[in-house]
Design a protein around this ligand. Structure first.
Ligand code: ATP
Length: 479
């Protein structure tokens, strides 16, 4: 059984063993902080994505979706501030040549202090760090590292370079000529694809403020410390929504989206006490208020989603750099203005890790007669990669034929899985391990009365139901 400490490792191993997530290009020893989703991982990821898309667009009449390109005109990133500001303070150890993010180094030290019973000292350290980060005081940060005698985990020395800012954007060349003008970036966030299309969507969709534009897509960041599985990747996916509002109404809409997003999280079947809000001390260059929704991962409470009041920063900057007016005429107040924006931004991969961490359970099923245990993924049925497994008890006596008919009836409506090999108990356990909420078994009685046994993943209880009720029963559970 996994203890709290090795639960994270157990989840990572389970993801690999059961076809959820593989290291990218594993046969070449992998690529650091890049991952591939396997047969069941890609289904789970798609279900999370579809659920977010539906809640944002289908269930909000005033939110529409777009799908912008990853490559954008390089001026986009000058206007957005990413060329100048999208960087983290880093420090290198001269002996090991290892590079660290300064905030990660100090946070790890604060954790050690807390473990050593010096919680208050740890908290004071983090408070000082926050102040120095907010003031962009690089020399002060280095001094803090030296004062705390922080050592490199690899070389064991405190032989540090100065603290420097390191830009996280990946760049590449467009076309075959390598000159500076053709240098472009892989987008580090999907949001800018929304801002540059604000007028296109507003005009062609005849959208009236308040309205939102949603997008799901890949983003790329050259993260320095990237060793927490899919929590921090160099290539990842974001689900973002920019909500355009009248200036002055941002406080009200910020509160509205904080509450709406927290409700969405709980609708994934995850208990409320597994979440908390974290208000930002250091606000990003574009924000007038910002918070994170944090989830209780096996590695502690960490950000899964950001909610940011972005003011009119992005649209104003695009107006300035492109010389195109980004204004909206508001007929209700008879005024032109650049809209303010509330953004909700969630990482799809981080959301996947959250759903997986919440679902993963190791259960001891031992009785006085027999030792037994199982690993089960308790996904909300609507998110589960497979909804129904259809299992003929034996390979003969016409049972596979009936099972195939059930497959044909159900697979039009939801993802089903057919299997006839191995004892039924073993087959149930394999379905538990990939989180299938329902299994039906076709046995000899089925031939007589057209009923099957349905087994529920979470309770392991079984009951008989008529074949012609299977589809309806499951459809109701996966809404
Ligand atoms: P962090 O502080 O963890 O680096 P951030 O505050 O820079 O994250 P945002 O720019 O607000 O993150 O991005 C919004 C969301 O995108 C985050 O809440 C997270 O879920 C996701 N995200 C950001 N960076 C990564 C990454 N490297 N790998 C996976 N998901 C990420």
């Amino acid at each position: 059984m996994a203890t709290d400490n090795n639960r994270f490792q157990a989840i990572i191993s389970h993801c690999k063993e059961y076809g959820f997530i593989f290291q990218s290009s594993e046969i070449y020893d992998g690529l650091s902080a890049v991952y591939d989703y396997g047969q069941w991982g890609s289904e789970l990821k798609k279900n999370i994505k579809d659920y977010w898309w539906k809640s944002m667009t289908q269930l909000h009449e005033n939110i529409v979706g777009i799908d912008a390109a990853i490559f954008m005109h390089p001026t986009t990133w000058k206007a957005s501030g990413h060329v100048d500001n999208f960087s983290d303070p880093m420090i290198d150890n001269k002996d090991s040549k290892k590079r660290y993010r300064v905030d990660h180094l100090l946070e790890a030290h604060a954790d050690e202090l807390e473990k050593a019973g010096k919680k208050e000292e740890g908290e004071a350290l983090l408070a000082t760090m926050d102040k120095l980060l907010a003031a962009d005081d690089m020399a002060g940060l280095k001094q803090l590292i030296e004062d705390n005698k922080i050592k490199c985990g690899v070389s064991g020395t405190s032989n540090w370079t100065d603290v420097r800012q390191f830009n996280l954007m990946f760049s590449t060349q467009l076309g075959s000529v390598t000159d500076e003008a053709s240098e472009i970036y892989l987008r580090p966030e999907t949001a800018q694809g929304i801002f540059v299309n604000f007028l296109n969507v507003q005009k062609t969709g005849r959208m009236k403020i308040p309205f939102g534009i949603a997008q799901i897509g890949k983003a790329f960041r050259n993260e320095i410390v990237a060793r927490q599985f899919i929590f921090r990747m160099r290539e990842f996916e974001q689900m973002e929504m920019q909500f355009f509002i009248r200036p002055g109404s941002q406080k009200e809409w910020y509160e509205y989206w904080k509450e709406a997003r927290m409700k969405w999280h709980q609708s994934l079947g995850i208990p409320a006490d597994q979440y908390r809000f974290h208000d930002h001390v250091k606000l990003a260059h574009y924000a007038d208020a910002a918070c994170d929704i944090e989830f209780n991962f096996p590695i502690g409470f960490k950000e899964v989603e950001g909610i940011h009041s972005r003011t009119d920063f992005d649209l104003s900057r695009h107006q300035e750099f492109s010389k195109k007016k980004m204004q909206y005429f508001d007929p209700e107040i008879n005024q032109n203005y650049i809209p303010y924006v509330i953004e909700t931004s969630i990482g799809l991969d981080r959301c996947f890790l959250m759903v997986m961490s919440n679902a993963y359970a190791e259960e001891d099923l031992s009785t006085p007669e027999k030792q037994d245990s199982r690993v089960v993924l308790r996904f909300a049925p609507k998110l589960a990669p497979i909804k129904l497994a259809v299992l003929p008890l034996t390979k003969k006596d016409g049972l596979p034929e009936i099972a195939r008919e059930i497959m044909d009836e159900c697979k039009q409506s939801f993802r089903c899985f057919y299997e006839e090999k191995d004892a039924i108990g073993k087959r149930y356990r394999r379905q538990d391990a990939i989180g299938t909420p329902f299994c039906v078994t076709v046995d000899h009685q089925t031939k007589e009365d057209q009923t099957v046994t349905i087994r529920y993943r979470d309770t392991m209880q079984q009951e008989r139901i008529p074949i012609n009720k299977i589809r309806e029963l499951i459809e109701k559970q996966i809404l």
